[in-house]
Design a protein around this ligand. Structure first.
Ligand SMILES: *[C@@H]1O[C@H](CO)[C@@H](O)[C@H](O)[C@H]1NC(C)=O
Ligand SMILES: *[C@@H]1O[C@H](CO)[C@@H](O)[C@H](O)[C@H]1NC(C)=O
Ligand SMILES: CC(=O)N[C@H]1CO[C@H](CO)[C@@H](O)[C@@H]1O
Length: 341
């Protein structure tokens, strides 16, 4: 993502403030070619790399803000046209986060790294993540092309609907806006596959942590559903997705990325690395594209292969998923449940 242009004196404080707010919190997608994210590559792969993403140059810090320590409830907002089978895969993933009885390596094992993060009082991120009420916005209430601002209006519509509005849960709610494959969201595909932030009281009436993730199947699967799709100009074969839906299987890792970051940095003043709060580098950013032992640079790391030929790295309830690893601040490198000893 390019750095913002220097602000001209003529611009108002409000513009500067909004610019600052809108530029933060997005996910730059991993791609098998050089990353354009300012300095994250330098941060990660500069210097002597010993482990997955490890580096003396990563200084993840706690900035004293709140994290999600109470039972976390995810409220999916299905924007546009969704098939039942697609919703099922995503719901199963979210429900897998707290399913401690899934076969290892499991999604619940992956969440254990996220649970290592605490707030000022020493309370850990909650181990309970459940799916709450859901909202369908199947007639594209705000059109098929959303901006960062209209994303907040979609959430406002969902929490203020006259029939079955989503509950207001600023302390432990995660409002997860999922857009169907025919919807464009500002910056989508241009390195951005999802982002998280919080709503502005002036637009929504409340400060609610939210995330957006789009189905890239039509627009840019090679960018946002890698390695289940690869762009034409990369001489590499795509791998088979575990749930037979390239767009949705690609979304799973981005959803995981966003929920992990939102939980540890819901108001963008808790856990992040980097000097500049406008470009926070968060716990999943640090491990973008790393799915297994040895991962880093252009290598995904060691993944698992099913008998059906599908590639994945962890088990959930009923299904398998491919999910990127997250930063472990105690070990100072990326970890995941499928790590080899
Ligand atoms: C959190 O979730 C667990 C498991 O569903 C439940 O037993 C517990 O009562 C919940 N705690 C609160 C404060 O709701
Ligand atoms: C809570 O966080 C602390 C500090 O990171 C860690 O040592 C501890 O194992 C965590 N507890 C759980 C249940 O993950
Ligand atoms: C991609 C990018 O913007 N890299 C910059 C990272 O930071 C160094 C200095 O700290 C710059 O020289 C690079 O251009």
């Amino acid at each position: 993502m390019p750095l913002p242009p220097p602000l001209k004196a003529a611009q108002t404080i409000t513009t500067a403030f909004l610019l600052l707010l809108f530029l933060t919190g997005h996910v730059i997608c991993y791609r098998p070619w050089p990353n354009t994210k300012p300095n994250s590559t330098d941060l990660l792969y500069g210097g002597s790399k010993k482990y997955e993403g490890s580096s003396e140059f990563v200084h993840l810090k706690y900035h004293m803000g709140p994290v999600l320590t109470a039972n976390i409830t995810v409220y999916p907002i299905w924007y546009g046209a969704w098939q039942r089978s697609q919703k099922r895969i995503i719901r199963d993933f979210i429900a897998s986060i707290s399913a401690a009885d899934a076969k290892p390596p499991s999604v619940a094992g992956w969440w254990k790294t996220v649970q290592l993060y605490t707030d000022q009082t020493g309370n850990n991120i909650s181990s309970h993540v459940i799916i709450g009420e859901e909202k369908n916005d199947r007639f594209y209430s705000h059109g098929k092309s959303l901006t960062r601002l209209s994303v907040q209006s979609v959430i406002k519509s969902a929490v203020s609907a006259t029939t079955r509005p989503l509950p207001i849960n600023p302390k432990s709610g995660v409002y997860l806006l999922l857009t169907s494959e025919d919807v464009f969201v500002q910056d989508f595909c241009n390195n951005v596959c999802g982002f998280h932030y919080f709503t502005f009281p002036s637009i929504v009436g409340y400060t609610l942590p939210y995330a957006w993730v789009g189905n890239s199947a039509k627009l840019c699967p090679g960018v946002c559903a890698y390695p289940f799709a690869v762009p034409d100009y990369i001489p590499q074969k795509a791998v088979k997705s575990p749930n037979d839906d390239v767009g949705i299987d690609g979304m799973i890792s981005v959803i995981a990325h966003e929920i992990a970051e939102l939980s540890t940095n819901p108001l963008v003043n808790a856990w992040y690395a980097g000097q500049d709060p406008v470009f926070p580098v968060e716990i999943a950013d640090l491990c973008e594209g790393i799915y297994g032992t040895g991962g880093g640079g252009s290598y995904t790391g060691q993944m698992l292969n099913g008998k059906d030929g599908a590639t994945y790295n962890m088990n959930g309830i009923r299904r398998r998923f491919l999910v990127q690893w997250v930063w472990n601040h105690m070990l100072n490198y990326c970890t995941g449940p499928n790590a080899l000893d």
